[in-house]
Ligand binder design. Structure first.
Ligand code: DAS
Length: 356
């Protein structure tokens, strides 16, 4: 008799587990859309206005209403976090956004987040979040290259695809993603590569992670660099980030920009060098002087692809500089800002550039 009741009990538990699993799998995901502005929320004077329109005009509720198909793939709610063109994104905006994302993802009934964003700095916001979001749940950043009023506006399909990915089990643990033009890119490697065309976001040599085809994401790769829950950065108690700036290099450049940025209080400086991060003779003394004042110097490259190798074009060991590895200058700035919230030790910071 006792054995029979044990068997019945186990059968009941097994049934409930299967039912719960089936329910979870069948349940539509809960996805929160955080709107920040940009072209995806832009309006133009006519249906053929694809440049010279106004970004950041359409609110999140109207963005959602414009894509009724979202209801077929997820339970979607929306929040208007900001309404700005993304060239105006600031460190303060990033901290506000990151804290809201982490608060939402800590809720058991939130399965994923989509952030609608201007395309000009989407790659920067995405990488910042990639380093500070503390959840494995999908976070997808999406924008558009044509305003919502244009013929063949790309915003609605980009938003639909972003919600699909944000609600997908396959996107869990992949880090922050940028989904546009039916392609899925990793926040760390993606950049805007064309000023106006809809295929602008590419991870060029390091490659995309997958596609959105037939109403579902298809992943073929994952990043080898640490992100989200595996990073050492935590912004929950931060209200500001250290001042880090970028000095761009070109033929005939002098030390003016470096000296001005240091005088203005930069705690870190990204040198966007030519080639493999080469230091012009007129700039090197200014960078060394900055280092002696305690400014952390990172050698990056304006080239856009490839590794800036340590002790290659400069003796980084002797200069006590850091190299950016494959991060472009604008992403190297983000990692250096977060690194400086933890340490000023250049060996530790170099480790971070080889880790994230
Ligand atoms: N100004 C651009 C921005 O907000 C418009 C866009 O491409 O989204 O990034």
């Amino acid at each position: 008799m006792f054995l029979k009741s044990i068997r019945a009990w186990f059968a009941l538990v097994l049934f409930m587990l299967c039912a719960a699993t089936a329910h979870a799998a069948a349940r539509m995901p809960n996805v929160v859309i955080l709107a920040t502005g940009g072209t995806i929320a832009g309006t133009g004077a006519t249906s053929t206005t694809t440049v010279g329109y106004t970004a950041a005009k359409v609110g999140v509720d109207d963005l959602i209403k414009a894509v009724p198909e979202l209801k077929q793939v997820a339970h979607v709610t929306g929040e208007q976090v900001f309404q700005i063109a993304s060239e105006n994104m600031s460190n303060e905006h990033w901290l506000t956004l990151a804290k809201r994302v982490n608060t939402l993802l800590a809720k058991p009934d939130v399965d994923g987040i989509v952030i609608t964003h201007g395309t000009d700095t989407i790659e920067e916001t995405a990488y910042f979040l990639d380093l500070v979001v503390k959840s494995k749940k999908p976070v997808v950043v999406v924008g558009a290259m044509r305003p919502s009023t244009a013929i063949s506006a790309d915003g609605p399909i980009n938003l639909y695809n972003a919600v699909l990915v944000a609600g997908s089990q396959d996107a869990i643990g992949k880090g922050v993603l940028v989904v546009m033009n039916d392609q899925i890119n990793a926040a760390r490697d993606v950049s805007k590569t064309n000023t106006t065309t809809t295929d602008t976001f590419k991870s060029t040599e390091l490659g995309l992670l997958g596609y959105v085809v037939g109403n579902q994401p298809h992943f073929y790769r994952a990043s080898t660099r640490k992100h989200t829950v595996d990073t050492e950065f935590d912004v929950s108690n931060l209200n500001a980030l250290p001042q880090v700036d970028i000095a761009y290099t070109y033929a005939n450049v002098g030390p003016t920009a470096v000296n001005a940025l240091v005088a203005a209080g930069a705690k870190g400086l990204i040198h966007a060098g030519v080639g493999d991060g080469s230091l012009p003779n007129k700039v090197r003394p200014a960078l060394s002087a900055a280092r002696e004042k305690g400014v952390v110097i990172v050698r990056a490259s304006r080239v856009g692809q490839g590794i800036v190798a340590r002790n290659g074009e400069a003796n980084d060991d002797q200069l006590d500089f850091v190299v950016a590895d494959t991060l472009n200058p604008q992403k190297a700035r983000i990692l250096l800002m977060l690194a400086l919230t933890k340490t000023n030790d250049t060996k530790e910071i170099q480790r971070m550039f080889y880790t994230y």
